[in-house]
Design a protein around this ligand. Structure first.
Ligand code: PMP
Length: 446
Protein backbone atom coordinates (compact mmCIF):
# COMPACT_ATOMS: atom_id res chain seq x y z
CA UNK A 1 0.00 0.00 0.00
CA UNK A 2 2.77 2.41 0.88
CA UNK A 3 4.57 1.99 -2.42
CA UNK A 4 1.27 2.31 -4.32
CA UNK A 5 0.45 5.47 -2.35
CA UNK A 6 3.85 6.88 -3.29
CA UNK A 7 3.37 5.80 -6.88
CA UNK A 8 -0.15 7.06 -7.54
CA UNK A 9 -1.79 9.26 -4.89
CA UNK A 10 -1.06 12.97 -5.11
CA UNK A 11 -1.88 14.37 -1.65
CA UNK A 12 -3.22 17.92 -1.22
CA UNK A 13 -1.15 20.70 0.41
CA UNK A 14 1.78 18.31 0.45
CA UNK A 15 5.39 18.43 -0.60
CA UNK A 16 5.31 14.97 -2.11
CA UNK A 17 9.03 14.30 -1.84
CA UNK A 18 8.88 14.79 1.96
CA UNK A 19 5.68 12.73 2.09
CA UNK A 20 7.40 9.77 0.43
CA UNK A 21 10.33 9.94 2.80
CA UNK A 22 8.17 10.28 5.90
CA UNK A 23 5.83 7.33 5.36
CA UNK A 24 2.56 8.62 6.82
CA UNK A 25 0.16 6.22 8.59
CA UNK A 26 -2.32 4.54 6.25
CA UNK A 27 -5.65 4.59 8.04
CA UNK A 28 -7.78 1.49 7.81
CA UNK A 29 -10.50 2.01 10.39
CA UNK A 30 -11.88 4.38 12.98
CA UNK A 31 -14.00 4.13 16.11
CA UNK A 32 -15.19 6.94 18.32
CA UNK A 33 -12.35 9.43 18.56
CA UNK A 34 -9.62 7.04 17.43
CA UNK A 35 -8.17 6.01 14.07
CA UNK A 36 -6.26 2.78 13.41
CA UNK A 37 -3.71 2.27 10.67
CA UNK A 38 -2.89 -0.81 8.61
CA UNK A 39 -0.08 -1.71 11.03
CA UNK A 40 -2.62 -1.88 13.86
CA UNK A 41 -1.45 1.31 15.59
CA UNK A 42 -4.24 3.40 17.09
CA UNK A 43 -4.25 7.21 17.25
CA UNK A 44 -6.35 9.71 19.14
CA UNK A 45 -7.77 12.00 16.43
CA UNK A 46 -6.97 15.46 17.78
CA UNK A 47 -8.19 17.35 14.72
CA UNK A 48 -11.48 15.54 13.93
CA UNK A 49 -10.11 14.32 10.58
CA UNK A 50 -9.90 17.68 8.75
CA UNK A 51 -11.95 19.51 11.42
CA UNK A 52 -15.11 17.70 10.36
CA UNK A 53 -15.90 14.57 12.43
CA UNK A 54 -17.92 16.46 15.03
CA UNK A 55 -19.28 13.36 16.80
CA UNK A 56 -16.32 11.07 16.06
CA UNK A 57 -15.96 8.07 13.75
CA UNK A 58 -18.47 5.24 13.18
CA UNK A 59 -21.21 7.00 15.08
CA UNK A 60 -24.08 4.47 15.30
CA UNK A 61 -26.88 7.00 14.63
CA UNK A 62 -25.14 8.44 11.55
CA UNK A 63 -24.18 4.98 10.25
CA UNK A 64 -27.81 3.91 10.59
CA UNK A 65 -29.20 7.04 8.91
CA UNK A 66 -26.95 6.41 5.91
CA UNK A 67 -27.94 2.73 5.77
CA UNK A 68 -31.64 3.63 5.94
CA UNK A 69 -31.24 6.13 3.14
CA UNK A 70 -29.23 3.63 1.11
CA UNK A 71 -32.23 1.29 1.26
CA UNK A 72 -34.30 4.05 -0.38
CA UNK A 73 -32.04 5.83 -2.88
CA UNK A 74 -28.41 6.99 -2.75
CA UNK A 75 -28.71 10.02 -5.00
CA UNK A 76 -31.06 11.88 -7.28
CA UNK A 77 -30.42 15.26 -8.88
CA UNK A 78 -31.85 18.59 -7.67
CA UNK A 79 -32.04 19.81 -11.27
CA UNK A 80 -35.67 19.33 -12.22
CA UNK A 81 -36.36 17.03 -9.23
CA UNK A 82 -36.55 17.42 -5.46
CA UNK A 83 -35.58 14.89 -2.81
CA UNK A 84 -36.93 14.07 0.65
CA UNK A 85 -33.68 14.37 2.69
CA UNK A 86 -32.62 17.65 1.01
CA UNK A 87 -35.99 19.20 1.89
CA UNK A 88 -35.91 17.95 5.48
CA UNK A 89 -32.34 19.13 5.96
CA UNK A 90 -33.11 22.59 4.57
CA UNK A 91 -35.99 22.93 7.03
CA UNK A 92 -33.76 21.86 9.93
CA UNK A 93 -30.94 24.24 8.95
CA UNK A 94 -33.32 27.18 8.61
CA UNK A 95 -34.72 26.45 12.10
CA UNK A 96 -31.26 26.42 13.63
CA UNK A 97 -29.58 29.27 11.72
CA UNK A 98 -29.80 32.96 12.66
CA UNK A 99 -33.30 34.23 11.90
CA UNK A 100 -33.82 35.51 8.37
CA UNK A 101 -31.69 32.90 6.59
CA UNK A 102 -34.51 31.11 4.82
CA UNK A 103 -32.97 29.68 1.65
CA UNK A 104 -30.48 26.82 1.33
CA UNK A 105 -28.34 26.24 -1.76
CA UNK A 106 -26.45 22.93 -1.64
CA UNK A 107 -23.01 22.10 -2.97
CA UNK A 108 -20.25 19.76 -1.91
CA UNK A 109 -17.30 21.51 -0.25
CA UNK A 110 -16.52 24.56 1.84
CA UNK A 111 -14.76 26.15 -1.13
CA UNK A 112 -17.83 25.87 -3.32
CA UNK A 113 -20.12 27.10 -0.51
CA UNK A 114 -18.04 30.31 -0.47
CA UNK A 115 -17.67 30.46 -4.26
CA UNK A 116 -21.46 30.28 -4.58
CA UNK A 117 -21.95 33.12 -2.08
CA UNK A 118 -19.48 35.27 -4.04
CA UNK A 119 -21.21 34.56 -7.34
CA UNK A 120 -24.67 35.08 -5.87
CA UNK A 121 -23.63 38.42 -4.33
CA UNK A 122 -22.16 39.55 -7.64
CA UNK A 123 -25.23 38.50 -9.61
CA UNK A 124 -27.55 40.03 -7.00
CA UNK A 125 -26.00 43.45 -7.60
CA UNK A 126 -25.87 42.92 -11.37
CA UNK A 127 -29.59 42.18 -11.41
CA UNK A 128 -30.40 45.28 -9.43
CA UNK A 129 -28.02 47.53 -11.40
CA UNK A 130 -29.16 50.53 -13.43
CA UNK A 131 -27.32 51.70 -16.57
CA UNK A 132 -25.37 54.29 -14.57
CA UNK A 133 -24.15 52.12 -11.68
CA UNK A 134 -20.69 50.66 -12.03
CA UNK A 135 -20.28 46.87 -11.84
CA UNK A 136 -19.37 45.56 -8.41
CA UNK A 137 -16.33 43.44 -9.12
CA UNK A 138 -14.45 44.00 -5.88
CA UNK A 139 -14.67 41.83 -2.74
CA UNK A 140 -13.49 42.64 0.77
CA UNK A 141 -11.88 39.97 2.90
CA UNK A 142 -9.69 39.75 5.98
CA UNK A 143 -5.93 39.73 5.94
CA UNK A 144 -4.60 36.15 6.47
CA UNK A 145 -8.01 34.76 5.42
CA UNK A 146 -8.59 31.29 4.00
CA UNK A 147 -11.88 30.50 2.32
CA UNK A 148 -11.01 27.58 0.07
CA UNK A 149 -9.18 26.46 -3.07
CA UNK A 150 -11.38 27.36 -6.02
CA UNK A 151 -10.33 30.45 -7.98
CA UNK A 152 -13.06 32.62 -6.45
CA UNK A 153 -12.41 31.51 -2.89
CA UNK A 154 -8.65 31.89 -3.34
CA UNK A 155 -9.30 35.44 -4.61
CA UNK A 156 -10.71 36.34 -1.20
CA UNK A 157 -7.85 34.66 0.65
CA UNK A 158 -4.83 36.23 2.23
CA UNK A 159 -2.34 33.41 2.79
CA UNK A 160 0.50 33.76 0.33
CA UNK A 161 1.20 30.06 -0.29
CA UNK A 162 -2.32 29.72 -1.72
CA UNK A 163 -2.37 33.10 -3.42
CA UNK A 164 1.00 33.77 -4.88
CA UNK A 165 1.23 31.30 -7.70
CA UNK A 166 -2.30 31.96 -8.96
CA UNK A 167 -2.17 35.76 -8.61
CA UNK A 168 -2.72 36.44 -12.31
CA UNK A 169 -5.87 34.34 -12.37
CA UNK A 170 -7.57 35.96 -9.40
CA UNK A 171 -10.15 38.71 -9.23
CA UNK A 172 -9.77 41.89 -7.25
CA UNK A 173 -10.09 42.08 -3.48
CA UNK A 174 -9.26 44.50 -0.68
CA UNK A 175 -7.85 43.11 2.52
CA UNK A 176 -9.01 44.40 5.88
CA UNK A 177 -6.36 44.23 8.63
CA UNK A 178 -7.00 41.37 11.03
CA UNK A 179 -7.41 42.77 14.55
CA UNK A 180 -5.95 39.74 16.28
CA UNK A 181 -2.72 39.20 14.36
CA UNK A 182 0.00 38.07 16.73
CA UNK A 183 2.50 39.39 14.21
CA UNK A 184 0.93 42.84 14.14
CA UNK A 185 3.38 45.68 13.51
CA UNK A 186 5.25 46.46 16.72
CA UNK A 187 4.22 50.13 16.69
CA UNK A 188 0.73 49.11 17.76
CA UNK A 189 -0.14 48.20 21.29
CA UNK A 190 -2.97 45.71 21.59
CA UNK A 191 -5.65 48.34 22.19
CA UNK A 192 -4.20 50.70 19.60
CA UNK A 193 -4.12 47.96 17.01
CA UNK A 194 -7.82 47.21 17.41
CA UNK A 195 -8.57 50.88 16.99
CA UNK A 196 -6.41 50.97 13.86
CA UNK A 197 -8.22 47.91 12.45
CA UNK A 198 -11.64 49.43 13.07
CA UNK A 199 -10.58 52.67 11.38
CA UNK A 200 -9.16 50.75 8.42
CA UNK A 201 -12.31 48.65 8.20
CA UNK A 202 -14.42 51.78 8.00
CA UNK A 203 -12.05 53.55 5.63
CA UNK A 204 -11.87 50.64 3.19
CA UNK A 205 -15.62 50.18 3.19
CA UNK A 206 -16.38 53.87 2.75
CA UNK A 207 -13.77 54.22 0.00
CA UNK A 208 -14.88 51.18 -1.97
CA UNK A 209 -18.53 50.71 -1.18
CA UNK A 210 -19.82 51.47 -4.67
CA UNK A 211 -17.63 48.74 -6.14
CA UNK A 212 -17.85 46.17 -3.35
CA UNK A 213 -19.91 43.07 -4.19
CA UNK A 214 -19.57 41.52 -0.71
CA UNK A 215 -17.49 41.30 2.45
CA UNK A 216 -16.45 37.77 3.41
CA UNK A 217 -15.31 36.93 6.93
CA UNK A 218 -14.88 33.96 9.22
CA UNK A 219 -16.84 35.03 12.31
CA UNK A 220 -14.86 35.20 15.58
CA UNK A 221 -11.94 32.94 14.65
CA UNK A 222 -9.84 32.83 11.46
CA UNK A 223 -9.12 29.10 11.59
CA UNK A 224 -6.68 28.29 8.81
CA UNK A 225 -4.92 31.61 9.46
CA UNK A 226 -3.63 29.92 12.63
CA UNK A 227 -6.66 30.35 14.91
CA UNK A 228 -6.55 34.14 14.96
CA UNK A 229 -9.26 35.43 17.30
CA UNK A 230 -11.15 38.66 16.69
CA UNK A 231 -11.92 40.76 19.76
CA UNK A 232 -15.52 40.69 21.06
CA UNK A 233 -17.74 43.11 19.16
CA UNK A 234 -15.67 43.11 15.99
CA UNK A 235 -18.12 41.01 13.97
CA UNK A 236 -21.00 43.21 15.06
CA UNK A 237 -19.07 46.26 13.89
CA UNK A 238 -18.50 44.59 10.50
CA UNK A 239 -22.24 43.85 10.27
CA UNK A 240 -23.21 47.44 11.11
CA UNK A 241 -20.86 48.94 8.56
CA UNK A 242 -21.69 46.52 5.75
CA UNK A 243 -25.42 47.01 6.38
CA UNK A 244 -25.04 50.80 6.42
CA UNK A 245 -23.34 50.74 3.00
CA UNK A 246 -25.50 48.00 1.45
CA UNK A 247 -22.70 45.44 1.15
CA UNK A 248 -23.78 41.80 1.58
CA UNK A 249 -21.95 40.05 4.41
CA UNK A 250 -20.79 36.48 3.79
CA UNK A 251 -20.13 34.57 7.02
CA UNK A 252 -17.87 31.63 6.27
CA UNK A 253 -18.73 29.18 9.06
CA UNK A 254 -17.17 26.21 7.29
CA UNK A 255 -14.70 25.83 10.18
CA UNK A 256 -16.33 27.74 13.05
CA UNK A 257 -19.88 26.47 12.52
CA UNK A 258 -21.46 23.31 13.96
CA UNK A 259 -20.60 23.92 17.59
CA UNK A 260 -16.88 24.65 17.30
CA UNK A 261 -16.93 27.97 19.15
CA UNK A 262 -19.47 26.88 21.79
CA UNK A 263 -22.65 27.86 19.94
CA UNK A 264 -24.14 26.14 16.92
CA UNK A 265 -23.07 29.07 14.73
CA UNK A 266 -20.39 31.61 15.65
CA UNK A 267 -22.57 34.52 14.40
CA UNK A 268 -25.01 33.85 17.25
CA UNK A 269 -22.47 35.08 19.78
CA UNK A 270 -22.69 38.60 18.41
CA UNK A 271 -26.34 38.40 17.46
CA UNK A 272 -25.45 38.86 13.81
CA UNK A 273 -27.46 37.69 10.82
CA UNK A 274 -25.25 37.68 7.74
CA UNK A 275 -26.64 37.83 4.20
CA UNK A 276 -24.94 34.52 3.45
CA UNK A 277 -23.93 31.72 5.81
CA UNK A 278 -21.56 29.09 4.39
CA UNK A 279 -21.45 25.62 5.97
CA UNK A 280 -19.56 22.42 5.13
CA UNK A 281 -17.00 20.28 7.01
CA UNK A 282 -18.94 19.12 10.10
CA UNK A 283 -22.38 19.29 8.48
CA UNK A 284 -22.42 15.55 7.71
CA UNK A 285 -20.45 14.67 10.84
CA UNK A 286 -17.40 14.28 8.62
CA UNK A 287 -18.97 11.40 6.70
CA UNK A 288 -19.77 12.69 3.23
CA UNK A 289 -19.12 15.78 1.12
CA UNK A 290 -21.89 18.33 1.50
CA UNK A 291 -22.05 22.10 1.83
CA UNK A 292 -24.78 24.67 2.19
CA UNK A 293 -24.89 28.36 1.30
CA UNK A 294 -27.78 29.88 3.23
CA UNK A 295 -29.23 33.25 2.33
CA UNK A 296 -32.14 35.61 2.84
CA UNK A 297 -35.43 36.29 1.06
CA UNK A 298 -34.01 39.68 0.04
CA UNK A 299 -31.07 38.12 -1.88
CA UNK A 300 -33.28 35.36 -3.28
CA UNK A 301 -35.89 37.82 -4.53
CA UNK A 302 -33.43 39.29 -7.07
CA UNK A 303 -33.27 35.85 -8.72
CA UNK A 304 -36.97 35.19 -8.50
CA UNK A 305 -38.63 38.44 -9.56
CA UNK A 306 -39.73 37.24 -12.98
CA UNK A 307 -39.38 34.05 -15.03
CA UNK A 308 -36.23 35.01 -16.90
CA UNK A 309 -33.61 32.49 -17.95
CA UNK A 310 -30.83 34.99 -17.44
CA UNK A 311 -31.90 35.76 -13.88
CA UNK A 312 -31.69 32.19 -12.62
CA UNK A 313 -28.56 31.16 -10.73
CA UNK A 314 -26.38 29.13 -13.07
CA UNK A 315 -24.31 27.07 -10.70
CA UNK A 316 -24.96 23.43 -9.87
CA UNK A 317 -23.04 20.25 -9.24
CA UNK A 318 -23.84 16.68 -10.19
CA UNK A 319 -23.96 15.57 -6.56
CA UNK A 320 -25.61 18.72 -5.18
CA UNK A 321 -27.83 17.85 -2.23
CA UNK A 322 -26.80 14.19 -2.34
CA UNK A 323 -29.38 12.12 -0.46
CA UNK A 324 -26.94 10.02 1.56
CA UNK A 325 -25.08 13.18 2.62
CA UNK A 326 -28.32 14.96 3.57
CA UNK A 327 -29.41 11.94 5.63
CA UNK A 328 -26.03 11.96 7.41
CA UNK A 329 -26.41 15.70 8.03
CA UNK A 330 -29.89 15.30 9.53
CA UNK A 331 -28.56 12.63 11.92
CA UNK A 332 -25.56 14.82 12.77
CA UNK A 333 -27.79 17.77 13.69
CA UNK A 334 -30.13 15.56 15.74
CA UNK A 335 -27.14 14.30 17.73
CA UNK A 336 -26.39 17.88 18.77
CA UNK A 337 -29.77 17.76 20.59
CA UNK A 338 -29.79 14.19 21.90
CA UNK A 339 -26.13 14.22 23.03
CA UNK A 340 -26.19 17.84 24.22
CA UNK A 341 -23.06 18.43 22.21
CA UNK A 342 -22.99 22.18 22.82
CA UNK A 343 -22.82 21.55 26.58
CA UNK A 344 -19.96 19.18 25.91
CA UNK A 345 -18.09 21.90 24.00
CA UNK A 346 -18.39 24.09 27.11
CA UNK A 347 -16.82 21.32 29.18
CA UNK A 348 -14.07 20.80 26.61
CA UNK A 349 -13.42 24.55 26.64
CA UNK A 350 -13.09 24.58 30.43
CA UNK A 351 -10.61 21.70 30.41
CA UNK A 352 -8.64 23.36 27.62
CA UNK A 353 -8.53 26.70 29.45
CA UNK A 354 -7.14 24.97 32.51
CA UNK A 355 -4.63 22.80 30.63
CA UNK A 356 -3.42 25.46 28.19
CA UNK A 357 -2.50 27.67 31.15
CA UNK A 358 0.41 25.22 31.66
CA UNK A 359 2.02 26.72 28.54
CA UNK A 360 1.84 30.26 29.89
CA UNK A 361 5.56 30.60 30.60
CA UNK A 362 6.88 28.17 28.02
CA UNK A 363 9.94 29.77 26.39
CA UNK A 364 8.92 28.55 22.92
CA UNK A 365 5.21 29.29 23.06
CA UNK A 366 4.57 32.83 21.84
CA UNK A 367 0.80 32.80 22.20
CA UNK A 368 -1.98 30.32 22.91
CA UNK A 369 -5.28 31.11 21.20
CA UNK A 370 -8.37 29.23 22.23
CA UNK A 371 -12.13 29.33 21.76
CA UNK A 372 -14.55 26.43 22.27
CA UNK A 373 -12.82 23.37 20.83
CA UNK A 374 -10.44 25.38 18.60
CA UNK A 375 -6.85 25.85 19.73
CA UNK A 376 -3.74 27.36 18.14
CA UNK A 377 -0.38 27.15 19.91
CA UNK A 378 2.06 29.54 18.27
CA UNK A 379 5.64 28.22 18.51
CA UNK A 380 8.48 30.73 18.48
CA UNK A 381 12.25 30.63 18.75
CA UNK A 382 12.13 33.51 21.22
CA UNK A 383 9.12 34.43 23.28
CA UNK A 384 10.31 37.95 24.08
CA UNK A 385 11.19 39.12 20.57
CA UNK A 386 8.54 36.88 18.91
CA UNK A 387 11.29 35.68 16.55
CA UNK A 388 10.13 32.70 14.52
CA UNK A 389 12.00 29.43 14.14
CA UNK A 390 13.81 29.17 10.79
CA UNK A 391 11.23 27.95 8.26
CA UNK A 392 13.56 25.08 7.31
CA UNK A 393 13.10 23.59 10.80
CA UNK A 394 9.35 23.10 10.13
CA UNK A 395 8.87 23.20 13.89
CA UNK A 396 5.07 22.85 13.80
CA UNK A 397 5.48 19.80 11.62
CA UNK A 398 8.14 18.35 13.96
CA UNK A 399 5.70 18.56 16.87
CA UNK A 400 3.06 16.67 14.92
CA UNK A 401 5.59 13.93 14.05
CA UNK A 402 6.52 13.44 17.71
CA UNK A 403 2.83 13.48 18.76
CA UNK A 404 2.02 10.93 16.07
CA UNK A 405 4.70 8.57 17.38
CA UNK A 406 3.00 8.88 20.77
CA UNK A 407 -0.37 8.01 19.22
CA UNK A 408 -1.99 11.42 18.72
CA UNK A 409 -2.88 13.05 15.38
CA UNK A 410 -2.62 16.83 15.20
CA UNK A 411 -1.86 19.10 12.24
CA UNK A 412 0.18 22.27 12.16
CA UNK A 413 -0.51 25.47 10.30
CA UNK A 414 3.06 26.62 9.80
CA UNK A 415 4.46 26.93 13.33
CA UNK A 416 1.01 26.99 14.91
CA UNK A 417 0.10 23.63 16.41
CA UNK A 418 -3.64 23.20 15.96
CA UNK A 419 -5.92 21.16 18.20
CA UNK A 420 -9.45 20.69 16.89
CA UNK A 421 -10.93 17.94 19.03
CA UNK A 422 -14.42 16.87 18.01
CA UNK A 423 -17.13 18.88 19.79
CA UNK A 424 -18.43 15.51 21.03
CA UNK A 425 -15.10 14.32 22.49
CA UNK A 426 -15.25 13.40 26.20
CA UNK A 427 -13.22 15.62 28.54
CA UNK A 428 -10.86 12.82 29.67
CA UNK A 429 -9.60 12.43 26.11
CA UNK A 430 -8.85 16.17 26.04
CA UNK A 431 -6.42 15.56 28.91
CA UNK A 432 -4.75 12.78 26.92
CA UNK A 433 -4.51 15.10 23.90
CA UNK A 434 -2.91 17.88 25.96
CA UNK A 435 -0.48 15.50 27.75
CA UNK A 436 0.89 14.16 24.47
CA UNK A 437 0.98 17.48 22.59
CA UNK A 438 2.67 19.41 25.39
CA UNK A 439 5.32 16.68 25.74
CA UNK A 440 5.75 16.68 21.94
CA UNK A 441 6.38 20.44 21.97
CA UNK A 442 9.06 20.00 24.64
CA UNK A 443 10.74 17.21 22.72
CA UNK A 444 10.61 18.92 19.32
CA UNK A 445 12.01 22.28 20.44
CA UNK A 446 14.76 20.72 22.58
N1 PMP B 1 -13.54 28.11 4.55
C1 PMP B 1 -12.89 27.84 5.68
C2 PMP B 1 -12.97 28.82 6.79
C3 PMP B 1 -12.15 26.67 5.82
O1 PMP B 1 -11.49 26.43 6.97
C4 PMP B 1 -12.11 25.76 4.75
C5 PMP B 1 -11.35 24.44 4.83
N2 PMP B 1 -10.31 24.37 5.71
C6 PMP B 1 -12.80 26.07 3.58
C7 PMP B 1 -13.52 27.24 3.51
C8 PMP B 1 -12.77 25.16 2.40
O2 PMP B 1 -13.50 24.00 2.66
P1 PMP B 1 -13.25 22.69 1.78
O3 PMP B 1 -11.90 22.18 2.13
O4 PMP B 1 -14.35 21.76 2.17
O5 PMP B 1 -13.36 23.11 0.35
Amino acid sequence: LRSLDNEHVWHPFTQMRAHREEGVPIIESGEGFFLTDVDGKTYLDGVSSLWCNVHGHRVPAIDQAIRDQLDKVAHSTLLGLASVPSIELAEDLVKRAPEGLTKVFYSDSGSTAVEIALKMAFQYHAQKATPDTQPRTLFACMQHAYHGDTIGSVSVGGISIFHQIFGQLLFESVQIPCPSAYHRPTEYTKAGYLEFCEQELERLIVENHERLAAFVIEPLVQGAAGMLMHPPGYLKRVRELTARYGIPLIADEVAVGLGRTGTMFACEQEDVTPDFLCLAKGITGGYLPLAATMTTDEIFSAFDAEPDEYKAFYHGHTYTGNSLACAAALATLELFDSEQTLDNVKQIAEVLTQRLAELKDHPHVGEVRHKGSMVGIELVADRETKAAFPASKRMGHQVTLVARKQGVIVRPLGDVVVLMPAPGMPAELIHQLCDVVFAAIDEAVR
